[in-house]
Design a protein around this ligand. Sequence first.
Ligand code: DMJ
Length: 672
Amino acid sequence: MADFGISTLSASQLPLLGTTQTSPRKTIWRRWNQLSRLQKNMACLVLVAVTLVVIYVLSLEHDSSVEQSTSKANDVRDALENVPPALAPDAAKPAEKKLMRRVVGRAYGRGEQHAGPNIEHLRRDALDAAGNKVERVDKVLHLHRVDKVGEEEGDDDPSGARRPPRDPERDDLEPVEVKPEALVPGPAERAALRFPGPSNERQEAVVKAFQHAWQAYSRYAWGHDHLKPISQQPHDWFGLGLTLIDSLDTMYIMNLMDEFHEARDWVAHHMNLDVSDYVNLFETTIRVLGGLLSAHHLSQDDVFLKKAIDLGDRLLPAFETPSGIPFSDVNLMTRRARGPAWNPDSSTAEVATLQLEFNQLSHISGDSKYSDKATAVSRHISGLAKKEGLVPIYISTKDGQFRQYSVVTMGARGDSYYEYLLKQYAQLGQPLAHLRDDFNASVQGIQHLLVKKSKPNELTFLAELMSGGKNIKPKMDHLACFLPGTLALGVRLGLPTSYMKLAEELAHTCYLTYSRQPTGLAPEITYFNMNSDATEDFYVKPLDAHNLLRPETVESLWYLYHLTGNKTYQDWGWNIFQAFEKYTKVPTGGYTSIGNVLDPDNLSPRDSMESFFLGETLKYLYLLFSDDQRTLNLNDFVFNTEAHPLPVLRRPPAPARAPVPRPVVRPGHDYI
Ligand code: DMJ
């Protein structure tokens, strides 16, 4: 039997309690010397073993406490780390390892099962880095890969989401907690998505419109930012190929694969990020970074990811300010940043509309530095004092404070601040619930301070607050028409169903700003009458009468149709599309902004086709007319403000209350 030393000590070797002549230390030493060599060795062994166990236990406790405090401080980083990493390029591999440790298992939603092996390998010709023709094999994941089991057809809402049992009493904010790990598809399923192409006449008409625009761009402005369709000349703003990048995912979704691959090869071989001029951080992020990330997510082609990482690195210096609120402009070549000469402050919407893209870049590259910078901004703004959740449109890069005198608006420079509050929650779920709450607070403020009724017909519109909130201006930018769609998304994510009524009323007003003009096209800005003797609800000032082919109204129509199934929204979209066809189509190719929506005989064409017409307006119209609203659904995708679909990385908990009731179209409404 093993001799463990202590147990074999004789009585004479025990400590002499009560003696004062010998110190305890000496006694222990003497006793130690009396031990045999074997006993000494065994005692040392036990001591070492105990020490090792204690060190191990302490280190475990330390790890978990560090993790807990870090998770509080870095909610987004943690949220990102807890989603399965994507197939990353070689450069991202080391960081990916770190993420892999924390991967949670892929879980399908309740009632879902995998539809089976539906990854196809497609071969096609492409160019390699040296310009030689090579064969590429694309892994293609066919759509509807997840089937419902044990459920009746027709029990779903159009987004493909399960409908919880109806409880008409519940209209509160807090959704029921469900396991947050109901997440994005795991790595095994990361293959390219494939879309079926147009399925009806309206969709076909939109694809034709896209081709009409794209062919003219390809011929006269290939690789430039914009096409001037009338003079058939290119126009550059940043020199980044804005129209080409903005169009990538639209072509992919429309199944225009030849055009997509041609554009992809331009990105691979000709896209140049060494632009020596200053570019706008926000515009470059939403159009170029967002476009590249979305194209990568849909196609799984790493060409887009490599460019996105390069671009992200060049944009980061914009955040090097005393407050962390980024400068508006950054030089991609010198990697220096600055504010515009005319204003040292940044726009609130611009600095708060970077987070979806930077989060996705961190997720896909495995490097948290992008989301760290961007989410520090939204966290900082979340902590600032606001007027009922509403914010001024300028913020200082020096001290990070709002410019209190500036305007409060759902339009220019305010708009997408509100949009991204909700969409960051849509992208990353529960860890960002405070941003959903900020959005909810802002809707309360909107309802109290900005929502007004026009005379004589009581149309609901969004006014602006001037001089830090003292005066009301009954002016609504077309840009503000994003709000109905975002409100509907909010209801989808658990906000009060009463917001749906506001969303419907605002969407109706936005539609009327089109349908009541002689051209059927909305102006850039509309003023509303609030006096009781008014005979018209709204009017347009000559300088505001232009139409830039903007997407916000058709964007909201898509959200509303997608979430309610009410075909009226499709019909409104069709009317708008026909007006674009009639008054903005250039017969020789492309579509043009016009200077005057008030007179069909005096349109004042501006000879300019914005990239967002291809990236957003035509994409939302195409989705609006789709017979299958599951194709791009809000369970799996979050659209950035430039309509680039990015993956939902962590699904927010399912709302506890009833789904949105389908709106009733009341007879007598002015719907045409
Ligand atoms: C787009 O670039 C984006 O939608 C942005 O949020 C607002 N302006 C244009 C479209 O109008």
